[in-house]
Design a protein around this ligand. Structure first.
Ligand code: AP5
Length: 259
């Protein structure tokens, strides 16, 4: 299982009028996963690796907000401008704004390679809304991977994260350093600390996670979908651990018999 995925995720990042540069190949059967876990646990890092290994598309709501931020202000709706303010403070964007954004991108849930939802759902209301949308679209989830890591390591990961201004690749100043300090290995872009990785925003995000997102663990456990995975070790070790655990307990979705 090693499906290289060169997709630029344009339909997800820019909205349904955009076309993905290289739509993922049809993967039969495919994985449709939700990645859960606190901010900084490594969901985005794992989504990148799992996408390469499983061929599934990485659908991150945080990436949609950051992509909107990098476009000029005149292309932003007032709801998006407000959403970015919530994001910078470390609080959640209102459910209605997130839901509208996901719903208009629902075509991505039919991606031929499957999908990896990262950062959505993030509240019980979003979990219920996703269930309903999947039912309407006649799609089912394969599993929900819940990454677990001690708080002290989470804070260290967030405090040292650096993101490329251009290609959005993610590094860490000590754990995953770029070859030249402050310069992206992939494209030479400038590396910067995310605005919501300031200490005061990190504290807010962790508190918001416990209050609003952690209840989704029981929500998915009670539906028999929860797969807890330890997020310690190298990214490659965690990715291998995830795939082994998935294959032992869950099945990918057979797209032939679904509809
Ligand atoms: P989002 O972008 O989803 O952020 P998050 O959930 O807070 O998660 P992060 O991206 O911070 O961390 P991650 O788990 O992906 O870790 P990463 O792989 O980068 O959301 C941002 C904001 O948008 C929210 O706060 C909210 O305002 C808004 N938002 C988004 N979705 C929303 C929704 N559905 N509803 C409402 N609001 C929403 O790794 C972190 C660091 O650790 C990196 O530096 C990485 O290099 C390093 N690292 C990763 N793995 C390892 C490892 N194994 N060993 C050592 N270092 C590692």
């Amino acid at each position: 299982m090693n499906a290289q995925n060169q997709n630029d995720r344009a339909a997800w990042l820019q909205g349904p009028l955009a076309n993905c540069s290289v739509p993922p190949e049809r993967v039969k059967p495919c994985w449709r996963l939700v990645l859960l876990g606190p901010p900084g646990v490594g969901k985005g890092t794992q989504a990148h690796l799992l996408s390469q290994r499983l061929g599934a598309c990485h659908l991150s709501t945080g990436d949609v907000f950051r992509a909107a931020e990098s476009r000029t202000n005149c292309f932003q709706t007032s709801a998006m401008t407000a959403a970015l303010e919530y994001m910078h403070r470390g609080t959640l964007v209102p459910d209605a704004t997130v839901w509208e954004m996901v719903r208009e991108r629902s075509g991505c849930l039919h991606c031929r390679g499957g999908f990896l939802l990262d950062g959505f759902p993030r509240t019980l209301a979003q979990g219920e809304a996703l269930n309903q949308l999947l039912q309407e679209e006649k799609l089912s989830l394969s599993a929900v991977v819940d990454y677990e890591l001690p708080l002290i390591e989470i804070v260290a990961r967030l405090s040292g994260r650096r993101t490329c201004e251009e290609c959005k690749s993610v590094f860490h100043i000590t754990q995953q350093p770029s070859q030249a300090e402050g310069v992206c290995d992939q494209c030479g872009g400038r590396l910067y600390p995310r605005e919501d990785d300031r200490p005061e925003s990190i504290a807010v995000r962790l508190e918001v996670y416990e209050r609003s997102t952690a209840p989704l663990i029981q929500f998915y456990r009670s539906r028999g979908l929860l797969l807890p995975v330890a997020a310690s070790g190298s990214p490659e070790e965690i990715c291998a651990r995830t795939i082994t655990a998935l294959e032992q307990r869950y099945q990918p979705v057979n797209q032939n018999i679904e509809r």
